[in-house]
Design a protein around this ligand. Sequence first.
Ligand code: NAP
Length: 243
Amino acid sequence: MKTVLITGAARGIGRAIARKFASEGYAVAINYNKSKDEAEQLKKELIEKGAKTEILCADVADADAVSKMVENVTSIFGDIDVLVNNAGIALPQGLFSDVPECDMKRVFDVDVFGLMNCTKAVIPQMVRRKSGKIINISSIWGVCGGSCETVYSAAKAAVIGFTKALAKELGPSGITVNCIAPGLIDTDMNGHLSEDDIDDFCQDVPLGRMGKPEDVANAVWFLASNSADYMTGQVLNVDGGMI
Ligand code: NAP
């Protein structure tokens, strides 16, 4: 049985990814930070469906906690075949001049360094086995930049740069590194948007709707599957054709 570790998997896109991998027969390690109840509920749901799963609390920005988490996953399920770096935070929309320094740092700590911490912790076992798939969740704002989303756009652009560079570094070890750039997806992250805001946004989406977490989960599954064995260093937009 193969094992996937998904960060930020108790809610939103991460939860949809966990459900998808569980339904495909993977052992699923569910990382959470604050959403303990949701993580426990998801664990119960997946076990009832016959999946092997465990929940692991860690703030991805804390390198020591991440390293312990990866040790735990490995001792429970064996080596990790797929790492999905999904955990992320965004700031309320606003002018760059008004973003406090502590908020700028926290976004990079979670969205960039958190992702690097998790990646660094799984690389040795993947290199040893000469196989593995790392899938990072960026954003369309990391591809094209979003007004009043500058810090988040910069962090998600860093994820893309990291993905492309690491793919070159790890290719000779048989490890693929790809990323997904979702458009507007219906999760808590966009819970602050009014129906009018969403309608306005969807005017620029050729498919005319927000994405569902499952739309992203299906793309992650594709990148993790053998169908994507010859793809690495790529950015897959899951955005209804927006960019
Ligand atoms: P969400 O519903 O707000 O969920 C965010 C997830 O990230 C939660 O599971 C949360 O875990 C986890 N997380 C946040 N900080 C963490 C930390 N320090 N350590 C570990 N986990 C942490 O957002 P989402 O829409 O599912 O977003 C998932 C990913 O997709 C993010 O990287 C986001 O930037 C990206 N994305 C989302 C959209 C969108 O429109 N929704 C678009 C493009 C990209 P806890 O609740 O346990 O703290």
